[in-house]
Design a protein around this ligand. Structure first.
Ligand code: PEP
Ligand code: MN
Length: 366
Protein backbone atom coordinates (compact mmCIF):
# COMPACT_ATOMS: atom_id res chain seq x y z
CA UNK A 1 0.00 0.00 0.00
CA UNK A 2 1.34 3.46 -0.86
CA UNK A 3 1.56 5.97 2.05
CA UNK A 4 0.01 9.38 1.62
CA UNK A 5 2.80 11.44 3.19
CA UNK A 6 3.08 14.81 1.52
CA UNK A 7 6.88 15.00 1.80
CA UNK A 8 8.28 18.44 0.91
CA UNK A 9 11.46 18.62 -1.10
CA UNK A 10 13.90 21.14 0.36
CA UNK A 11 13.28 23.50 -2.50
CA UNK A 12 14.52 26.60 -0.68
CA UNK A 13 18.01 25.13 -0.78
CA UNK A 14 17.45 24.23 -4.39
CA UNK A 15 19.32 21.02 -3.55
CA UNK A 16 16.84 18.15 -3.74
CA UNK A 17 15.04 19.74 -6.64
CA UNK A 18 17.93 20.60 -8.93
CA UNK A 19 18.42 18.67 -12.15
CA UNK A 20 21.92 17.47 -11.54
CA UNK A 21 21.90 14.33 -9.39
CA UNK A 22 23.32 13.35 -6.99
CA UNK A 23 23.20 15.65 -3.99
CA UNK A 24 26.31 14.64 -2.04
CA UNK A 25 26.55 15.00 1.73
CA UNK A 26 30.09 14.31 2.92
CA UNK A 27 32.22 14.60 6.00
CA UNK A 28 33.83 12.56 8.73
CA UNK A 29 32.10 9.77 10.60
CA UNK A 30 32.85 11.76 13.77
CA UNK A 31 33.89 15.29 14.55
CA UNK A 32 37.14 14.64 16.45
CA UNK A 33 38.74 18.05 16.82
CA UNK A 34 38.07 21.54 15.55
CA UNK A 35 41.12 21.32 13.31
CA UNK A 36 40.27 17.90 11.79
CA UNK A 37 36.71 19.06 11.07
CA UNK A 38 37.66 22.44 9.63
CA UNK A 39 40.45 21.09 7.41
CA UNK A 40 38.24 18.30 6.07
CA UNK A 41 35.37 20.74 5.47
CA UNK A 42 37.64 23.19 3.63
CA UNK A 43 38.81 20.54 1.15
CA UNK A 44 35.27 19.25 0.66
CA UNK A 45 34.02 22.78 0.02
CA UNK A 46 36.82 23.35 -2.51
CA UNK A 47 35.65 20.18 -4.30
CA UNK A 48 32.10 21.51 -4.62
CA UNK A 49 30.43 19.68 -1.71
CA UNK A 50 27.52 21.68 -0.28
CA UNK A 51 26.51 19.76 2.84
CA UNK A 52 28.90 18.61 5.57
CA UNK A 53 28.08 15.62 7.75
CA UNK A 54 29.76 15.00 11.13
CA UNK A 55 28.69 12.82 14.04
CA UNK A 56 28.84 14.57 17.41
CA UNK A 57 27.11 11.89 19.47
CA UNK A 58 28.20 8.46 18.19
CA UNK A 59 26.02 5.42 18.84
CA UNK A 60 28.64 2.68 19.20
CA UNK A 61 27.61 -0.94 19.27
CA UNK A 62 30.18 -1.85 21.95
CA UNK A 63 31.24 0.20 25.00
CA UNK A 64 34.71 1.72 25.29
CA UNK A 65 34.75 2.92 21.69
CA UNK A 66 34.99 6.62 20.82
CA UNK A 67 31.49 7.93 21.53
CA UNK A 68 31.87 11.37 19.97
CA UNK A 69 32.97 14.73 21.35
CA UNK A 70 29.41 15.64 22.35
CA UNK A 71 27.98 19.13 22.53
CA UNK A 72 31.32 20.91 22.37
CA UNK A 73 31.48 19.92 18.66
CA UNK A 74 28.35 21.89 17.77
CA UNK A 75 30.10 25.32 17.71
CA UNK A 76 32.74 23.78 15.38
CA UNK A 77 29.94 22.98 12.93
CA UNK A 78 28.44 26.43 13.35
CA UNK A 79 31.81 28.06 12.64
CA UNK A 80 32.14 26.06 9.40
CA UNK A 81 28.59 27.05 8.44
CA UNK A 82 29.48 30.73 8.90
CA UNK A 83 32.99 30.83 7.46
CA UNK A 84 32.76 28.30 4.61
CA UNK A 85 29.06 28.65 3.78
CA UNK A 86 28.49 24.90 4.01
CA UNK A 87 25.20 23.44 5.23
CA UNK A 88 25.86 21.21 8.23
CA UNK A 89 24.21 17.96 9.31
CA UNK A 90 24.53 15.80 12.41
CA UNK A 91 22.94 12.73 13.99
CA UNK A 92 20.46 13.01 16.84
CA UNK A 93 19.40 10.13 19.06
CA UNK A 94 17.26 11.78 21.74
CA UNK A 95 15.32 14.97 22.58
CA UNK A 96 18.31 16.57 24.27
CA UNK A 97 20.42 16.16 21.10
CA UNK A 98 17.63 17.75 19.06
CA UNK A 99 17.37 20.76 21.38
CA UNK A 100 21.14 21.31 21.46
CA UNK A 101 21.48 20.96 17.65
CA UNK A 102 18.59 23.35 16.99
CA UNK A 103 19.94 25.90 19.45
CA UNK A 104 23.21 25.88 17.54
CA UNK A 105 21.47 26.36 14.17
CA UNK A 106 22.38 22.97 12.61
CA UNK A 107 20.78 22.85 9.13
CA UNK A 108 19.90 19.19 8.81
CA UNK A 109 19.53 16.21 11.13
CA UNK A 110 19.66 12.49 10.60
CA UNK A 111 18.40 9.59 12.68
CA UNK A 112 20.85 6.67 12.88
CA UNK A 113 20.12 3.04 12.11
CA UNK A 114 20.10 1.92 15.74
CA UNK A 115 17.63 4.70 16.63
CA UNK A 116 15.24 3.97 13.75
CA UNK A 117 14.92 0.44 15.12
CA UNK A 118 13.45 1.89 18.34
CA UNK A 119 9.97 3.48 18.00
CA UNK A 120 10.24 5.15 21.46
CA UNK A 121 13.41 6.97 20.36
CA UNK A 122 11.90 8.03 17.04
CA UNK A 123 8.78 9.27 18.83
CA UNK A 124 10.86 11.28 21.31
CA UNK A 125 12.85 12.87 18.47
CA UNK A 126 9.70 13.60 16.47
CA UNK A 127 8.08 15.35 19.43
CA UNK A 128 11.20 17.39 20.14
CA UNK A 129 11.10 18.57 16.52
CA UNK A 130 7.47 19.79 16.59
CA UNK A 131 7.13 23.19 14.97
CA UNK A 132 10.60 23.04 13.38
CA UNK A 133 10.92 23.00 9.62
CA UNK A 134 14.39 21.55 9.03
CA UNK A 135 15.14 18.51 6.85
CA UNK A 136 15.42 15.19 8.65
CA UNK A 137 16.96 12.14 7.03
CA UNK A 138 16.09 8.73 8.44
CA UNK A 139 18.50 5.82 8.08
CA UNK A 140 17.03 2.37 7.63
CA UNK A 141 16.80 0.34 10.86
CA UNK A 142 19.68 -2.12 11.41
CA UNK A 143 17.28 -5.02 10.80
CA UNK A 144 15.58 -5.43 7.41
CA UNK A 145 12.12 -4.37 8.61
CA UNK A 146 10.53 -1.94 6.17
CA UNK A 147 7.55 -1.35 8.47
CA UNK A 148 9.85 0.14 11.15
CA UNK A 149 11.40 2.41 8.53
CA UNK A 150 8.00 3.54 7.20
CA UNK A 151 6.77 3.91 10.80
CA UNK A 152 9.61 6.34 11.57
CA UNK A 153 8.55 8.58 8.64
CA UNK A 154 4.94 8.42 9.81
CA UNK A 155 5.90 9.39 13.39
CA UNK A 156 7.88 12.41 12.12
CA UNK A 157 5.20 13.38 9.63
CA UNK A 158 2.44 13.27 12.25
CA UNK A 159 4.53 15.72 14.33
CA UNK A 160 4.59 18.13 11.37
CA UNK A 161 8.04 17.34 9.95
CA UNK A 162 7.54 17.38 6.20
CA UNK A 163 11.06 17.75 4.80
CA UNK A 164 12.00 14.12 4.99
CA UNK A 165 14.52 11.94 3.21
CA UNK A 166 15.66 8.33 3.57
CA UNK A 167 19.20 7.00 3.90
CA UNK A 168 19.88 3.43 2.83
CA UNK A 169 22.89 2.16 4.86
CA UNK A 170 22.40 -1.60 4.53
CA UNK A 171 21.31 -4.19 7.09
CA UNK A 172 23.22 -6.10 9.77
CA UNK A 173 23.59 -9.81 9.30
CA UNK A 174 25.16 -12.54 11.36
CA UNK A 175 27.26 -13.90 8.54
CA UNK A 176 29.90 -11.57 7.28
CA UNK A 177 30.02 -11.22 3.51
CA UNK A 178 31.60 -8.86 1.00
CA UNK A 179 30.09 -5.82 2.69
CA UNK A 180 29.77 -4.77 6.34
CA UNK A 181 26.00 -4.33 5.95
CA UNK A 182 24.02 -6.23 3.32
CA UNK A 183 22.40 -3.77 0.92
CA UNK A 184 19.15 -5.69 0.22
CA UNK A 185 18.34 -3.10 -2.48
CA UNK A 186 14.76 -4.37 -2.78
CA UNK A 187 13.97 -2.70 0.60
CA UNK A 188 14.77 0.94 -0.35
CA UNK A 189 13.10 0.26 -3.71
CA UNK A 190 9.96 -0.86 -1.88
CA UNK A 191 10.19 2.20 0.40
CA UNK A 192 10.24 4.47 -2.66
CA UNK A 193 7.25 2.59 -4.11
CA UNK A 194 5.34 3.18 -0.88
CA UNK A 195 6.33 6.83 -0.30
CA UNK A 196 6.83 8.13 -3.80
CA UNK A 197 8.03 11.68 -3.12
CA UNK A 198 10.66 10.63 -0.60
CA UNK A 199 14.23 11.58 -1.64
CA UNK A 200 16.45 8.52 -1.36
CA UNK A 201 20.11 8.73 -0.29
CA UNK A 202 22.60 5.90 -0.32
CA UNK A 203 25.32 5.60 2.34
CA UNK A 204 27.99 3.48 0.62
CA UNK A 205 30.37 4.02 3.56
CA UNK A 206 28.27 2.08 6.08
CA UNK A 207 27.11 -0.48 3.52
CA UNK A 208 30.67 -1.26 2.46
CA UNK A 209 32.63 -1.01 5.69
CA UNK A 210 35.64 -0.61 3.44
CA UNK A 211 36.70 2.21 1.14
CA UNK A 212 37.48 -0.05 -1.82
CA UNK A 213 33.75 -0.73 -2.39
CA UNK A 214 32.47 2.84 -2.20
CA UNK A 215 32.71 3.44 -5.94
CA UNK A 216 30.75 0.31 -6.96
CA UNK A 217 28.00 0.87 -4.38
CA UNK A 218 27.64 4.56 -5.31
CA UNK A 219 27.37 3.62 -8.99
CA UNK A 220 24.71 1.01 -8.23
CA UNK A 221 22.71 3.62 -6.27
CA UNK A 222 22.91 6.01 -9.21
CA UNK A 223 21.83 3.26 -11.62
CA UNK A 224 18.79 2.67 -9.41
CA UNK A 225 17.88 6.37 -9.55
CA UNK A 226 18.80 7.36 -5.98
CA UNK A 227 18.70 11.14 -5.41
CA UNK A 228 21.85 11.48 -3.36
CA UNK A 229 24.81 10.01 -1.53
CA UNK A 230 26.10 10.46 2.01
CA UNK A 231 29.76 9.51 2.16
CA UNK A 232 32.23 9.55 5.03
CA UNK A 233 35.30 11.62 4.30
CA UNK A 234 38.19 12.38 6.66
CA UNK A 235 41.37 14.33 6.16
CA UNK A 236 43.41 11.37 7.46
CA UNK A 237 41.14 8.32 7.15
CA UNK A 238 43.53 5.80 8.66
CA UNK A 239 43.80 7.86 11.84
CA UNK A 240 40.02 8.29 12.25
CA UNK A 241 38.64 7.53 15.72
CA UNK A 242 35.62 5.71 14.28
CA UNK A 243 34.96 3.77 11.05
CA UNK A 244 38.54 4.30 9.79
CA UNK A 245 38.49 1.54 7.13
CA UNK A 246 35.51 3.00 5.28
CA UNK A 247 36.52 6.68 5.26
CA UNK A 248 38.13 8.35 2.25
CA UNK A 249 40.01 11.62 1.78
CA UNK A 250 38.22 14.56 0.14
CA UNK A 251 40.47 13.95 -2.89
CA UNK A 252 39.45 10.27 -3.14
CA UNK A 253 35.83 11.38 -2.84
CA UNK A 254 36.34 13.81 -5.69
CA UNK A 255 37.83 11.05 -7.88
CA UNK A 256 34.92 8.72 -7.13
CA UNK A 257 32.34 11.38 -7.92
CA UNK A 258 34.08 12.28 -11.18
CA UNK A 259 33.94 8.66 -12.32
CA UNK A 260 30.25 8.20 -11.51
CA UNK A 261 28.01 7.68 -14.50
CA UNK A 262 24.76 9.52 -13.88
CA UNK A 263 21.93 8.10 -15.93
CA UNK A 264 18.67 9.81 -16.73
CA UNK A 265 16.04 8.99 -14.11
CA UNK A 266 13.17 10.46 -16.16
CA UNK A 267 13.98 10.13 -19.88
CA UNK A 268 11.86 12.57 -21.84
CA UNK A 269 13.61 12.19 -25.15
CA UNK A 270 10.86 10.76 -27.37
CA UNK A 271 12.92 8.17 -29.27
CA UNK A 272 14.36 6.53 -26.13
CA UNK A 273 10.86 6.66 -24.66
CA UNK A 274 9.46 4.76 -27.65
CA UNK A 275 12.19 2.13 -27.61
CA UNK A 276 11.73 1.54 -23.89
CA UNK A 277 7.93 1.35 -24.28
CA UNK A 278 8.24 -1.25 -27.03
CA UNK A 279 10.58 -3.41 -24.95
CA UNK A 280 8.34 -3.03 -21.91
CA UNK A 281 5.41 -4.35 -23.94
CA UNK A 282 7.44 -7.45 -24.74
CA UNK A 283 8.20 -7.87 -21.04
CA UNK A 284 4.50 -7.53 -20.15
CA UNK A 285 3.67 -10.24 -22.71
CA UNK A 286 6.32 -12.54 -21.24
CA UNK A 287 5.08 -11.84 -17.69
CA UNK A 288 1.60 -12.87 -18.85
CA UNK A 289 3.01 -16.14 -20.21
CA UNK A 290 4.75 -16.79 -16.87
CA UNK A 291 1.46 -16.17 -15.04
CA UNK A 292 -0.46 -18.44 -17.44
CA UNK A 293 2.12 -21.20 -16.96
CA UNK A 294 1.91 -20.80 -13.15
CA UNK A 295 -1.89 -20.96 -13.23
CA UNK A 296 -1.77 -24.09 -15.36
CA UNK A 297 0.91 -25.65 -13.13
CA UNK A 298 -1.16 -24.95 -10.00
CA UNK A 299 -4.19 -26.72 -11.54
CA UNK A 300 -2.09 -29.83 -12.09
CA UNK A 301 -0.70 -29.54 -8.53
CA UNK A 302 -4.31 -29.57 -7.28
CA UNK A 303 -5.12 -32.67 -9.36
CA UNK A 304 -2.11 -34.48 -7.91
CA UNK A 305 -3.09 -33.25 -4.42
CA UNK A 306 -6.53 -34.87 -4.73
CA UNK A 307 -4.99 -38.08 -6.04
CA UNK A 308 -2.45 -38.21 -3.14
CA UNK A 309 -5.24 -37.62 -0.64
CA UNK A 310 -7.43 -40.41 -2.04
CA UNK A 311 -4.51 -42.82 -2.12
CA UNK A 312 -2.97 -41.76 1.20
CA UNK A 313 0.37 -40.67 -0.29
CA UNK A 314 2.62 -38.04 1.36
CA UNK A 315 2.78 -34.59 -0.21
CA UNK A 316 6.57 -34.34 -0.32
CA UNK A 317 8.50 -36.85 -2.37
CA UNK A 318 12.13 -35.80 -1.73
CA UNK A 319 13.53 -37.60 -4.81
CA UNK A 320 11.06 -35.91 -7.10
CA UNK A 321 11.90 -32.46 -5.66
CA UNK A 322 15.64 -33.20 -6.00
CA UNK A 323 15.08 -34.10 -9.68
CA UNK A 324 13.10 -30.94 -10.40
CA UNK A 325 15.72 -28.75 -8.78
CA UNK A 326 18.73 -30.32 -10.47
CA UNK A 327 16.98 -30.28 -13.85
CA UNK A 328 16.11 -26.56 -13.69
CA UNK A 329 19.58 -25.67 -12.41
CA UNK A 330 21.12 -27.55 -15.36
CA UNK A 331 18.83 -25.67 -17.74
CA UNK A 332 19.73 -22.37 -16.05
CA UNK A 333 23.44 -23.07 -16.57
CA UNK A 334 22.91 -24.00 -20.24
CA UNK A 335 20.97 -20.77 -20.82
CA UNK A 336 23.41 -18.62 -18.88
CA UNK A 337 20.75 -17.63 -16.34
CA UNK A 338 21.82 -16.82 -12.76
CA UNK A 339 21.53 -20.16 -10.91
CA UNK A 340 20.68 -18.36 -7.67
CA UNK A 341 17.65 -16.70 -9.32
CA UNK A 342 16.33 -19.95 -10.79
CA UNK A 343 16.84 -21.75 -7.48
CA UNK A 344 14.98 -19.05 -5.55
CA UNK A 345 12.09 -18.95 -8.03
CA UNK A 346 11.64 -22.74 -8.08
CA UNK A 347 11.92 -23.05 -4.30
CA UNK A 348 9.14 -20.45 -3.98
CA UNK A 349 6.98 -22.27 -6.56
CA UNK A 350 7.59 -25.60 -4.84
CA UNK A 351 6.69 -24.15 -1.41
CA UNK A 352 3.45 -22.69 -2.82
CA UNK A 353 2.62 -26.07 -4.36
CA UNK A 354 3.17 -27.85 -1.03
CA UNK A 355 0.98 -25.27 0.71
CA UNK A 356 -1.81 -25.79 -1.84
CA UNK A 357 -1.65 -29.59 -1.49
CA UNK A 358 -1.59 -29.29 2.34
CA UNK A 359 -4.84 -27.29 2.10
CA UNK A 360 -6.38 -30.02 -0.04
CA UNK A 361 -5.23 -32.84 2.33
CA UNK A 362 -6.63 -31.10 5.40
CA UNK A 363 -9.88 -29.90 3.89
CA UNK A 364 -12.86 -31.75 5.37
CA UNK A 365 -15.03 -32.47 2.39
CA UNK A 366 -18.66 -33.24 3.24
C1 PEP B 1 27.13 7.20 11.06
O1 PEP B 1 26.50 7.75 10.15
O2 PEP B 1 28.28 7.48 11.36
C2 PEP B 1 26.48 6.06 11.77
C3 PEP B 1 26.71 5.79 13.04
O3 PEP B 1 25.74 5.36 10.96
P1 PEP B 1 24.64 4.18 11.16
O4 PEP B 1 23.55 4.76 11.99
O5 PEP B 1 24.24 3.94 9.74
O6 PEP B 1 25.35 3.00 11.77
MN1 MN C 1 30.33 6.04 10.67
Amino acid sequence: MACQLDIQPCSEWNLFSRLQRPLVIAGPCSAESEEQLFNTATLLKNNGIEVLRAGIWKPRTRPNCFEGVGEKGLPWLQYIQKTLGLKVATEVANAHHVEAALKQGIDMLWIGARSTANPFVVQEIAEALKGVNIPVLVKNPVNPDIELWVGAFERLYICGIKKLGAIHRGFSSYNSNRYRNTPQWQIPIELKRRIKQLPLFCDPSHISGHREYIQEISQKAMDLGFDGLIIESHIQPDCALSDAAQQITPQQLNDILKQLIIRDAHPNNSSSHLIIEELREKIDTLDNSILEALTHRMKIIEEIGHYKKQNNITILQPDRWENILSRVIDEARKNNLPVELVERVFKAIHQASIDRQTDIMNRHEK
